[in-house]
Design a protein. Structure first.
Length: 378
């Protein structure tokens, strides 16, 4: 198992970390605890020593389940990470209540990596103003937190604002070979990665396979990769690309099935950074995927709010997913079962307010009508 040393903290983690957000589930939606525990045990026995959960995962059931599993392991054999849902904390007292509950759920006396969860600029500034940030530094001094950091869903400018404001022990970002541009609202991209390197803040990467989409590539997009190694999984290419960046100390993967765990363990058992030819192949795959995008929306949300309630960027995100990856069944499920009807493109009245403020000068009205037809026809 590939490991990475954290010089400042003087600890060593497996490069692969287990994300505890996507455990296998039962028909009623609950965690399939027998399968999930077997997955966790297999990972630990193979050398994975970092396990990442959060207060809201699996409807609040992830932390208690993880606590029951790790109670059977020697405490020094693993690192535990969890996160404070700052959007639920309208006061310091509320944050402290949730924090105490997390320790009870997990059954531990200290937490190795504690994160402010899902920050953007406004959310961070509020947590700081409420005294939550200063209080958590005090908790670190008291030894109940060993390393204090945050996960971020903001663009590079927002990330930089947060990064430079505290002496963080680490940060956690979305990063994958498809989302390297920093123009999108929630993605810091290459610029975000470079900031962590410049400031010497160790980086943990989440969504290295873009929620699983980079594990199932269309044949034309996969061709540059399969030409070099026809036996390698698409997921392994995405993970190796992330792990080839020197400031990446840990890569999280939410493994929900035995075959996913087996493939990832094989990737990290004898980890190989990408060579120049392989980097070029990944770049070509990304180029092909980008060429399949239906519309060049960056998710900046300057077009919002729509007076009719249409969530324009989210409509475009689903449409672009269909264009890039195909997967009509998965897209249909997302469109029909999980996307609110009140926010769909069908409510557009072609007023044009969105196009007047779009920095990309996109034909939003025409595109909304087209995507509604295409997605309804799936």
């Amino acid at each position: 198992m590939e490991h990475r040393h954290w010089e400042k903290a003087n600890l060593t983690t497996s490069l692969l970390g287990y994300g505890c957000m996507r455990f296998p589930t039962l028909p009623d939606g609950g965690i399939d605890e027998a399968r999930a525990e077997a997955l966790l045990n297999t990972a630990r026995e193979a050398g994975v020593n970092y396990f990442d959960t959060a207060y809201p995962y699996h409807g609040g059931k992830s932390e208690p389940f993880v606590g029951r599993v790790i109670a059977k392991w020697p405490r020094e054999s693993f690192y535990l990470a969890t996160k404070l849902p700052v959007w639920q904390c309208d006061s310091l007292e509320k944050a402290q209540k949730i924090y105490r509950e997390q320790f009870e759920r997990l059954g531990v006396e200290y937490i190795d990596f504690y994160l402010l969860h899902s920050l953007h600029t406004a959310r961070y500034d509020q947590a700081k103003a409420l005294g939550i940030v200063d209080w958590l530094w005090e908790e670190k001094k008291a030894g109940r937190i060993r390393n204090f950091g945050f996960s971020c869903h903001d663009n590079a400018a927002g990330l930089e604002h947060i990064l430079r404001d505290q002496p963080w022990d680490f940060c956690q970002l979305q990063y994958n070979y498809l989302d390297t541009d920093d123009r999108a609202e929630e993605i810091a991209g290459d610029r975000g990665y470079a900031l962590t390197e410049e400031l010497g803040i160790p980086l943990i990467v989440m969504e290295p396979i873009k929620g699983g989409t980079l594990a199932n590539l269309p044949a034309d997009a996969a061709a540059p990769l399969t030409a070099l190694d026809p036996d390698a999984s698409a997921a392994s290419w995405a993970l190796r690309w992330v792990g080839s960046h020197k400031n990446v100390h840990l890569i999280l993967s939410g493994m929900s099935a035995e075959e996913q765990l087996a493939d990832n363990l094989a990737t990290f058992a004898q980890f190989r950074p990408l060579n120049n030819a392989e980097m070029d192949a990944v770049a070509e795959t990304a180029r092909i995927l980008h060429s399949r995008i239906k519309i060049g929306c960056t998710g900046c949300r300057y077009c919002m709010p729509c007076p009719m309630g249409v969530d324009i960027p989210d409509n475009f995100s689903i449409w672009n997913k269909l264009g890039m990856f195909g997967q009509p069944d998965a897209v249909k499920q997302q469109w029909a079962a999980h996307f609110p009807d009140a926010e769909k493109a069908s409510h557009c009245v072609r007023c044009g307010r969105c196009e007047a403020v779009c920095p990309q000068h996109l034909p939003i009205r025409t595109a909304l009508a087209q995507l509604q037809t295409e997605l309804d026809d799936l």
